[in-house]
Design a protein around this ligand. Structure first.
Ligand code: 13P
Length: 256
């Protein structure tokens, strides 16, 4: 991969019923068919909508992702979904280690690491989320926290000394999620550059060039263009604004 293709991803979290999910994906598909953008578009609906959304995607170029998975292939894990199950309903990607999983459901970086390993074994592309809290930022610990999260969430890659170039990272400062407070493009760029340097020093130049790093946290039509103008921001992971066609579609088609 010579150039990192922009990726616009929507994380629907625990929102939209099946009918609304299908309507939204149809609108997104129609907008892609109408306007010649070659950006990659991805959505991560709740598990219960995946099948219907996959059918509604049809031939449109929309990638489907799970919002989480378990690292085991099957077994007595009540309430969990395996990577293979996600693939069976058409997912090519999976979001792992979202801060809501880490903080509300006590998911640790070690668990994220097991999930990343399992996803890659299956051929699912992981979107691995990291991000600092407001308190960590204000006490000047942002880079140390992110480095710890990267080291621990990608332990298996480090043991193999290999990071697949298809891996996607998402930098989501917790203080910017759902708060309306976006990191400034310069703040985000500074962190993205730090993450890319970490990839280079840990895995070498090729993955540092290939891995896409998304920004997430209050992305909206009014700030997408500035964020995407930064050299190390390769895409966005959008929460609230991905739930409405009149916001997500302008985000996908930013600058056109
Ligand atoms: P918001 O866009 O609602 O801030 O959410 C960001 C996010 O958590 C995406 O994964």
């Amino acid at each position: 991969m010579e150039e990192r293709k922009p990726l616009i991803a929507g994380n629907w979290k625990m929102n939209l019923d099946i009918g609304d999910a299908v309507n939204l994906v149809r609108s997104i598909g129609a907008s892609l068919a109408a306007g010649g953008t070659d950006r990659e578009v991805l959505i991560a609906p709740p598990f219960t909508s995946l099948q219907a959304v996959k059918e509604a995607i049809g031939d449109s170029r929309i990638f489907l992702a799970g919002q989480n998975m378990h690292w085991e292939m099957k077994g007595a894990y009540t309430g969990e979904i395996s990577g293979r199950m996600l693939q069976q309903v058409g997912c090519t990607h999976v979001i792992l280690g979202h801060s809501e999983r880490r903080t509300l459901f006590r998911e640790t970086s070690n668990m994220v690491d097991l999930k990343v390993k399992s996803a890659v074994l299956l051929g699912l592309i992981p979107i691995v989320c990291i991000g600092e809290s407001l308190e960590e930022r204000e006490s000047d610990r942002t880079f140390a926290v992110l480095e710890d999260q990267l080291n621990a969430s990608l332990q298996n890659f480090r043991a193999d000394e290999l990071m697949p170039g298809s891996t996607i990272l998402a930098y989501e400062p917790i203080w910017a999620i759902g708060t309306g407070k976006t990191a400034t493009p310069e703040q985000a760029q500074e962190v993205h550059a730090f993450i890319r340097e970490w990839i280079e020093k840990t895995f070498g130049q090729v993955p540092a060039r290939e891995v896409r790093i998304l920004y997430g946290g209050s992305v909206k039509p009014s700030n997408i263009e500035e964020l995407m103008s930064m050299p190390d921001i390769d895409g966005v992971l959008v929460g609230g604004a991905s739930l409405k066609a009149d916001q997500f579609i302008p985000i996908i088609h930013y600058g056109t």
